[in-house]
Design a protein around this ligand. Structure first.
Ligand code: URA
Ligand code: CA
Length: 431
């Protein structure tokens, strides 16, 4: 087989075989296929796209390119959730104990990554003593005992994706639905999930800015999952404004704990109930959405989900007292109010710019080497549709820097105020 023939075939819009796709992924990963051929091939995919079968083959080949986690020693259907990424998205911290308290085994592998705030791992490490460097044996044992464990991502998970993603970044081929879908799904499959629930974000703060693109990405990912025999479903949810109120690591842990107590923001709570219901259905723990939702609400109200979060923290070396006393979380030295410049209704909050404002305070990483300040971030006081008086706080910055003019100005500029009342955007677009 020759790479040049495979490039030509895709360039001309023909469908590739499983063997041809495997030849490319194996050869590119081991270095026998050079970057220039891979670049041409990626560009051909960008323009010619891929069929559902091709995307399935590409995903499987990438997921098999490195370590694959075997979760078969855990009883029950292992359901994973994946979000395509947003601003202030704390759902994983809430969903994991919530569905585990309903009996679904949660074997969560999480990463750090780049972004406006840290990844799930960074957020959990805001809890004193919590560590994610546990052995695979301990991880599996803990899921069998407690129903829940969180482990750091293996360094050799999907090396093909790592290499291809870096190449896409410099060849203008990131924004291709077959390539994004196979990239995300390959990592989920390698992490061992039997079933996957996807939260595809849409709007200004999301990877996919339009509903149309978000739908296409959701369809592509569910087709791949179901093509390779993993029950996959998707929700499209709003990211035109940040989710909940808190953006920042320790601040989001506090928000998650509040939500597990049933006292969280309405949008965050609702999204967790929607995604959690899908997870319970996929794990065969519920027969209908109503039944699933009732189970989730029960473990939220009776305290089981919060207690399980405490047990998870304790099992992984952390101070579990934090679930009853969130002031044990890292606290920033200063709290600075961002006042509204005029009276009116909040008409838009540019989520991505709010994310940048949080990053400038030190809540996120711009490069892999950056050190996060876990205590800092932003707590919104208003969301779209709320009325605000001139001078009243739109948001509160939690910062360790006395001067945070850049962040303050960004928030003033990107939390838009209008004299006319604007309705809050829908939270869920499609189930
Ligand atoms: N996230 C991923 O993991 N891969 C992509 O290609 C895009 C977003
Ligand atoms: Ca939040």
């Amino acid at each position: 087989m020759r790479m040049v023939d495979i490039i030509e075939k895709k360039r001309d819009g023909e469908e590739l075989s499983k063997q041809e796709i495997e030849f490319f992924v194996t050869g590119y990963t081991d270095g026998t296929i050079p970057d220039y051929q891979a670049s041409a091939f990626l560009m051909a995919i960008y323009f010619r796209k891929m069929t559902a079968e091709e995307q399935g083959h590409l995903t499987m080949a990438m997921s098999e390119s490195g370590d694959q986690i075997d979760l078969s020693a855990i009883e029950g259907v292992k359901v994973d959730k994946h979000s395509t990424g947003g601003v202030g998205d704390t759902t994983t911290l809430i969903l994991a104990p919530l569905v585990a308290a309903c009996g679904v085994p949660v074997a969560k592998m999480s990463g750090r990554g780049l972004g406006h705030t840290g990844g799930t791992l960074d957020k959990l490490e805001a809890i004193e003593g919590f560590h994610v460097e546990i052995s695979t044996e301990q991880f599996i044992q803990q899921v069998n005992d407690l129903k829940i464990a969180v482990i750091g991502q293996s360094g050799n998970l999907t090396p093909a994706d790592k290499k291809l993603y870096a190449l896409r970044d410099v060849t203008a081929t990131v924004n291709s639905i077959p390539l994004i879908a196979s990239s995300i799904m390959s990592k989920k499959l390698a992490a061992g999930a039997d079933a996957i629930v996807l939260d595809v974000k849409t709007g200004a703060g999301a990877f996919m800015k339009t509903l149309e693109d978000s739908k296409q990405l959701a369809d592509a990912m569910t087709a791949i999952g179901n093509e390779v025999g993993r029950n996959t479903s998707a929700v499209i949810s709003d990211m035109s404004q940040p989710l909940g109120f808190a953006i920042g690591n320790a601040l989001e842990v506090k928000e998650a704990i509040d939500t597990l107590k049933g006292k969280g923001p309405a949008d965050l709570t609702e999204l967790c109930l929607v995604l959690g219901s899908k997870m319970l259905l996929a794990a065969n723990k519920a027969k209908t959405e109503e039944d699933a939702r009732a189970q989730l609400q029960t473990v939220m109200e009776n305290g089981d989900a919060l207690r399980l979060f405490g047990s998870l923290i304790k099992a992984q070396g952390g101070n579990a007292d934090v679930v009853d006393n969130t002031s044990l979380l890292p606290q920033a030295r200063y709290q600075i109010e961002v006042p509204a410049v005029k009276s009116g209704y909040v008409s838009a909050i540019d989520a991505d710019e709010v994310g940048v404002a949080a990053m400038l305070l030190g809540a996120g990483r711009a490069t892999k080497e950056d050190v996060i300040d876990l205590a800092v971030g932003i707590v919104l006081c208003k969301k779209i549709g709320d009325y605000v008086e001139k001078g009243e706080a739109l948001a509160i910055l939690h910062t360790n820097k006395q001067h945070a003019e850049d962040s303050i100005n960004l928030l003033k500029e990107h939390m838009h105020i209008s004299s006319e009342k604007t309705a809050a955007p829908p939270l869920i677009y499609s189930l």
